[in-house]
Design a binder for this molecule. Structure first.
Ligand code: SF4
Length: 321
């Protein structure tokens, strides 16, 4: 599913399988391909448990792969040796979903943010390190005096800002944003998205931005990939995806987003997506067949291949064969 030249990250036919106790195989990531160009944000969307976090983490080598390939600046992420891994972790950082559990409650903010600076020797002495931390806190909308406080003294949004400062401390070029706003109040989500966008412009960052609904990624993503039970079912430039969703799953996700205008919301026919996405051992056929209102016998027997339906717009569904 790709058209871009010279991507920063190149994911080809990536697979990540898990074996259960009863020896059946769960395909958490199944033949997934995409690229991300420098300075771009790719939104990766799907319901909880669809494999998107596993996909993101396998893409940056946090999890070993089962098959396929991930290249970062042309280098195989899963073949990076111990020595090169340190350089790689300076280029590639993660912002985690849960700012409550991803920050050590026993550490002061300044020590959390300074961890990367210390381990990569980015400051000549303590004073320079403290100055870097103060600048980072300011860049994420916190104040200098916050440096000496502990994580429990902050709100959810502020904690996520600390997590962002920690990721930025090593001056990375690529950040896996692993559901960075899902645990936050709706009112705070937009602030964090705006901050991430601002930082991207200032620093030329590249993001893989994982979220569980399409409303969250619209404003930050250049392109959006929709994942369902381990497979990418649609990938497109953002506006094209929201105006011409092709896959029945994408259409259902978009239909589930509430409209702000109450009259329009009342008049709209909501498409209800019944059931839930559960990763389990499965055979051939479309992964969405069990919930798809347009499924046919063929859908249950044959896995759809990826088709291009418009420029830079790809979909895996038999309706487009
Ligand atoms: Fe629905 Fe069939 Fe398309 Fe799958 S391939 S999304 S089941 S119509």
């Amino acid at each position: 599913m790709e058209t871009e030249n010279h991507p920063l990250l190149e994911v080809s036919h990536l697979k990540k399988y898990f074996q259960t106790k009863n020896k059946s195989v769960i395909k958490a990531v199944d033949d997934v391909s995409f690229t991300i160009s420098q300075g771009e944000t790719l939104g990766l969307v799907g319901e909880s448990g669809c494999g998107k976090t596993t996909c993101g983490r396998t893409c940056i080598g946090l999890y070993p792969k089962t098959d396929g390939q991930v290249l970062y600046r042309g280098k195989d992420v899963h073949a990076i040796g111990e020595r090169q891994r340190k350089a790689f972790t300076k280029q590639v950082q993660v912002i985690f979903q849960d700012p409550y559990s991803s920050l050590d409650p026993k550490m002061r903010v300044q020590d959390i943010v300074a961890e990367g600076i210390l381990s990569h020797n980015l400051a000549p002495d303590r004073a320079a390190r403290q100055e870097m931390v103060a600048t980072l806190l300011e860049q994420v909308g916190l104040r200098q005096e916050h440096a000496t406080r502990y994580v429990h003294e902050f709100s959810g949004g502020q904690r996520q800002r600390i997590g962002i400062a920690r990721a930025l401390a090593v001056d990375p070029e690529f950040i896996l944003c692993d559901e960075p706003i899902s645990a936050l109040d709706v009112s705070i989500q937009a602030q964090i998205v705006n901050l991430l966008q601002q930082l991207q412009e200032q620093r030329g960052l590249t993001y893989l931005f994982i979220a569980h609904d399409l409303a969250m990624v619209r404003h930050i993503s250049n392109r959006v990939a929709v994942m369902y039970l381990g497979r990418l079912v649609e990938l497109s430039e953002t506006e094209e995806l929201y105006s011409h969703p092709a896959h029945p799953y994408t259409q259902a996700l978009l239909a589930a987003i509430p409209i702000a205008d109450p009259l329009a919301e009342r008049q709209r026919q909501r498409q209800i997506l019944a059931g839930e996405a559960i990763l389990q051992a499965r055979g051939e056929g479309c992964v969405f067949a069990g919930r798809c209102p347009r499924a046919t016998q063929r859908c249950r027997q044959e896995t759809p291949s990826v088709r291009q339906v418009a420029p830079h717009h790809f979909v895996a569904c038999h309706l487009y064969d």
